[in-house]
Design a protein around this ligand. Structure first.
Ligand code: BG6
Length: 302
């Protein structure tokens, strides 16, 4: 477990709060906690299994190289990144000590035999996490490199940052920034694409929507609001290769009860807003020797 606290700000303020902290497990390189002035911004289930035997239920699990599952899928649901043990490549502190960074790496040789057999393309995945105590941000950045040496081995994949945000009360929560975009509702049998008609998406029932091609633009950052006030801003980085798709997920009552690693009432205190490239016609393909980069910056606004 890595604790990432910018040194200059590691001392509690007069209110007793540390301005910024972050905790990351080597299991899945899963960020499990990010606090801003003592306020926890991420949701981690009280029933999350942290011993490495399961993906962690909460924080920011990494989905790579397969989003979800489908008949004939080579890998288990959401791929192997969230269940592999990552290595720390380096840690860094900014000269003014207000930012702390850790870089993790995962390559084919770190995978279980089962995962390597199912996904034989040699690859390198770098994951950079930066906590900034002055700007109240957490940046999570992915870079995937295809290490194949022969040109026929393109590396197609889907990937996503499965961010579980903590919310005060789900009935007061809404997501903004998705208006006018097409989505598929995976929570119902009818999977015809529908257009998001309204600026706000409230969460009032089981929600499992995959919004397609929500091209990031300065004026269309995603926002999570609590009681009508912006609580978190999600900015997608890396310009042309930025994540294009956005998944919004809340299991609601019945699915919550069915999950062993999720408390029955915890759906009231979380929403997943997940940025990635997951819609298959949009999915990413990286040529041998090339690298694809994408990431997000979460900014606490309350
Ligand atoms: C979301 C999917 O990204 O992840 C949902 O859209 C899925 O369909 C959810 O239920 C959680 O997945 P898991 O494997 O962590 O239980």
């Amino acid at each position: 477990v890595i604790s990432l606290t910018p040194p200059a700000l590691a001392t509690p303020t007069t209110t007793g709060a540390v301005p910024a902290t972050c905790t990351i497990y080597l299991h899945g390189a899963t960020v499990t906690s990010w606090t801003v002035n003592g306020r926890e911004m991420l949701f981690l289930s009280s029933k999350a299994i942290l011993d490495g035997s399961k993906p962690i239920r909460g924080g920011i699990p990494l989905v790579f190289p397969q989003f979800g599952t489908y008949p004939g899928a080579p890998l288990p649901q959401h791929g192997f990144a969230r269940t592999s043990t990552w290595r720390v490549l380096r840690t860094d502190v900014s000269p003014d000590e207000t930012k702390a960074t850790v870089v993790f790496v995962l390559t084919s040789s770190d995978l279980s035999l089962a995962a390597r057999t199912a996904w034989p393309t040699p690859f390198r995945l770098e994951y950079t996490v930066t906590v900034d105590a002055v700007h109240h941000t957490l940046a999570t950045d992915l870079a995937a490199t295809n290490l194949a040496t022969t040109t026929e081995f393109d590396m197609p994949f889907t990937w996503l940052l499965h961010t579980y945000l903590r919310v005060d009360a789900i009935e007061k929560t809404e997501i903004r920034g998705l208006e006018g975009h097409l989505y598929v509702n995976k929570a119902i049998a009818d999977r015809d694409p529908t257009t998001q008609a309204f600026p706000a998406l409230p969460i009032k029932e089981e929600t499992d929507r995959v919004y397609q091609n929500v091209v990031p633009a300065a004026e269309s950052h995603l926002h999570v609001l609590s009681g009508g006030r912006p609580a978190v801003e999600i900015v997608r980085t890396h310009g042309e290769t930025a994540f294009r798709d956005v998944v919004v997920w809340n299991p609601w009552v019945d699915k919550a009860k069915a999950m062993a690693d999720f408390g029955d009432d915890e759906y009231r205190h979380m929403v997943c807003v997940e940025v990635g490239d997951v819609v298959v016609p949009n999915a990413v393909s990286v040529a041998p020797g090339e690298t694809r980069r994408a990431g997000q910056v979460l900014r606490a606004l309350l």
